[in-house]
Write a protein that binds this ligand. Structure first.
Ligand code: AKB
Length: 342
């Protein structure tokens, strides 16, 4: 009998690193991982199989169905907000067409297995689009349905893929003679900016948070590209992984909506700066505002209302800002740059 596996796309990215390690070491899951880039050596041992390939390659995805019983899909692959503004059409291809390919794969698997396949999709605070800084301050914590008018290609892609997930889960081929039922069990999280001790993000607009810290730890000077008073929500990577796994494990009957905000702490750039200086007093951090990136971050909320996640599946972060820095980020980053692991 074939054993069940979990499929992870974008496996070599920031979330992939944390998720693969946790799923393998603690949940003893069998993982099939895909990424266009080679997988870091230290993750290989945690995967049953790694495939270097493109989620736009339908032949490759088709082969997966033949070889594995996929019970859950964590679709992490995407091009982040800043990079997507340089290449909007490429971002659309990967972020939207890539997601459709995975959703269709999920439907095919569900039909073969006779049960819905869990499809876990990380969305983002980039789905929000506040018109100006006054409105941002006035609105404070946003609920899932407020101000969903993103100004970036990445944000447009994410909100559209949330809708696609709902369509594939509930309305797929609804007027055909034999509508397909029990397709995918779509579950989506809207993440804030993520900060990991193990990886440095590339191509995002919340990158100033993790960059400040990683540059300081390496003794490099850093020009923060947003104003000191800029405030958006952030989350430490262990909590992001916890949220993904909690949402995946939640009984379907408890889920009152398909997309959930998850919050943790919401510092200004100056507050992150202060925490970094406490740990690395020699750090050289200055501000060189990039006006367009500033506009993007100003359109994102100061904080998110995550009460549905708390009520439906018991979401609660383990790390507030103080604990994130003191117990996770600073010690792990010191070790990382002392020994340079992958
Ligand atoms: C980005 O900056 O694009 C991402 C995000 C907030 O989703 N980190």
């Amino acid at each position: 009998m074939r054993r069940e596996v979990i499929l992870i796309t974008g496996a070599n990215g920031e979330i992939g690193h944390g998720l693969i390690t946790k799923l393998s070491t603690e949940n003893h899951a069998r993982i099939v991982a895909i990424d266009v880039k080679p997988l870091d050596e230290c993750l290989m041992q945690h995967c049953e199989k790694f495939i270097q390939g493109d989620i736009l390659d339908n032949m490759l995805l088709g082969r997966l169905i033949a070889e594995y019983d996929i019970c859950s899909i964590f679709h992490l692959a995407s091009i982040l907000s800043t990079k997507a503004e340089y290449q909007p059409e490429t971002a659309h291809k990967i972020n939207v067409e890539g997601t459709i390919n995975l959703l269709r794969l999920g439907v095919e698997i569900s039909q073969l297995q006779g049960k819905p396949v869990k499809f876990i999709y990380p969305s983002s605070i980039a789905v929000y689009g506040l018109p100006d800084i006054q409105t941002k301050h006035k609105e404070g914590k946003l609920k899932e349905y407020q101000w969903c008018e993103p100004i970036t290609m990445y944000g447009c892609n994410k909100i559209y893929c949330e809708h696609l997930g709902r369509y594939y889960a509930r309305h797929y081929r609804q007027i055909s003679k034999d509508p397909i039922r029990n397709t995918i069990d779509f579950r989506c999280l809207r993440f804030p900016g993520l900060i990991s001790a193990d990886t440095v993000p590339t191509g995002g607009t919340s990158d100033y948070g993790p960059e400040m810290l990683h540059y300081a730890a390496q003794g490099l000077a850093y020009d923060c590209f947003v104003r000191e008073d800029t405030r958006i929500p952030f989350m430490a990577m262990p909590d992001a992984i916890k949220a993904l796994l909690m949402l995946e494990a939640a009984p379907n009957a408890n889920l009152s909506q398909l997309s959930y905000n998850v919050g943790s702490f919401s510092p200004s750039a100056a507050e992150i700066h202060r925490c970094v200086m406490e740990a690395f007093p020699q750090a050289q951090i200055s501000y060189a505002v990039h006006p367009q990136r500033q506009t993007i971050v100003d359109s994102w909320p100061e904080d998110v209302d995550d009460s549905p996640a708390r009520e439906d599946w018991g979401w609660q972060p383990d790390y507030d800002m103080d604990r994130s820095f003191k117990e996770y980020l600073i010690p792990a980053i010191r070790t990382r740059y002392a020994s340079n692991p992958c």
